[in-house]
Design a protein around this ligand. Structure first.
Ligand code: ADP
Ligand code: MG
Length: 373
């Protein structure tokens, strides 16, 4: 068992006595390329990270226990705490006709929370996989992901696309996941960074995403109006030729979406050919498009990308919705400390918040652990 899985199992025993019936865990994720494409029916390319949330479950009373928050919550009522995520999953299962209310669970994890690495999807996915196995529901992974999204959207009350839950449940170790956000088809794409001698460096700019909600909603509605100007359902269906019929903001936003979708598909081809130079160029192009056409970057995110580039990164870009949050870079392993140091220094000189850095390995999606004890 992984460390987080052992921790969850131990917490279960301490809290409830006995050993759990089973332990499951699920990872956070980062999006490699394909930003602001999800709500336009387009493509995204996330990979799971080697940080997970584990849950140990069994039947019976006792409630929900978090080892990280050191607190127990009742399974029933929504209370705007961490427990709403597992409650939401049980609720969504109920909505689908699967009774899921007689269980107890202990959680432990190491996904940085609230950093845009999707700890929320990790706790949902771990819970969903664990309950599915505990109760013998036989729900497929894609349906579990949709169910988790429903928990987050309709129970917790956070509007989000399908990417996070898909990544957490469907990713494979050493691979990225191409997701078609319209058809919900997904397939693994090789991402052997170790063989290429590359590190995936993540910079959390620690910028509070203050304007994120309005900025995000504005862009969504501009995309919708651009699509309706073109007489199409979603910008996924727009072509470069179509862009000539747009102007102003509609043109800029649509140009990002059209070019970004093309970049994702090209990025998949690059990874299939182990061509990290091409992949890196696509990352830089994605960042430029997000900065200039979609206008969701910040000076901090731009500084990270520029600094990484100056210090030998093959590619770098902001990841997530923008307006703060995280950026990523693919950096030759030997250069990664240099990139972080230079970035920290440039941030300090510009009077930015001190950033946090992570390095991740493309990891496996949600899994059941071997039975403890
Ligand atoms: P993100 O998904 O970007 O990390 P969110 O705000 O969507 O940020 O989700 C963070 C929330 O997920 C936390 O506030 C907490 O409620 C829940 N969560 C994250 N990690 C854990 C954990 N280890 N144990 C219990 N709940 C967690
Ligand atoms: Mg989240």
């Amino acid at each position: 068992m992984r460390e987080t899985e052992q921790k969850a199992a131990k917490a279960y025993t301490e809290k409830f006595g006995g050993t759990p019936d089973l332990v499951a865990s699920a990872p956070g994720r980062i999006n490699l390329i394909g930003e602001h494409t999800d709500y336009n029916g387009g493509f995204v390319l996330p990979c799971a990270i080697d940080r997970r949330i584990a849950v140990a479950v069994g039947t019976g009373e006792g409630g929900l226990y978090s080892a990280d928050f050191n607190e127990t919550r009742e399974p029933g009522k929504k209370d705007d705490s961490w427990a709403d995520y597992p409650r939401g999953v049980a609720w969504a299962m109920g909505e689908e006709g699967h009774e899921a209310d007689s269980f107890r669970a202990a959680f432990a994890g190491d996904v940085p929370l609230g950093s845009g690495l999707s700890s929320s999807a990790a706790i949902e996915a771990a819970t969903a996989l664990a309950l599915d196995a505990l109760l013998g529901l036989g729900i497929g992974r894609k349906d579990l992901a949709v169910l988790c999204q429903r928990a987050e959207n309709d129970y917790v009350g956070v509007a989000s696309g399908i990417m996070d839950q898909y990544a957490s449940l469907l990713c494979e170790a050493g691979a990225a996941l191409l997701v078609d956000c319209r058809s919900l088809e997904a397939r693994s794409v090789p991402l052997d960074l170790a063989a290429a001698g590359l590190a995936l460096v993540v910079c959390d700019t620690r910028v509070e995403r203050g304007l994120a909600d309005t900025g995000y909603n504005d862009r969504r509605s501009t995309c919708e109006s651009a699509a309706s100007t073109l007489g199409i359902e979603e910008l996924r269906d727009a072509t470069e030729e179509d862009l000539k019929r747009l102007s102003g903001e509609e043109l800029k936003r649509a140009r990002h979406v059209v070019s970004e979708n093309a970049r994702v598909l090209e990025a998949v081809e690059a990874l299939n050919n182990n061509d990290f130079n091409r992949f890196g160029h696509l990352m830089y192009a994605s960042h430029a498009s997000l900065r200039d056409d979609y206008e969701v970057s910040t000076p901090e995110l731009d500084t990270f990308v520029e600094t990484a580039k100056q210090h030998g990164a093959r590619g770098a870009r902001l990841t997530g919705a923008g307006f703060g949050g995280c950026a990523i870079a693919l950096v030759p392993e030997a250069q990664s400390d240099k990139v972080k140091q230079a970035c920290e220094q440039n941030f300090a000189e510009a009077d930015f918040e001190k950033p946090a850095f992570y390095e991740f390995v493309p990891a496996a999606g949600a899994e059941l652990a071997n039975k403890p004890g």
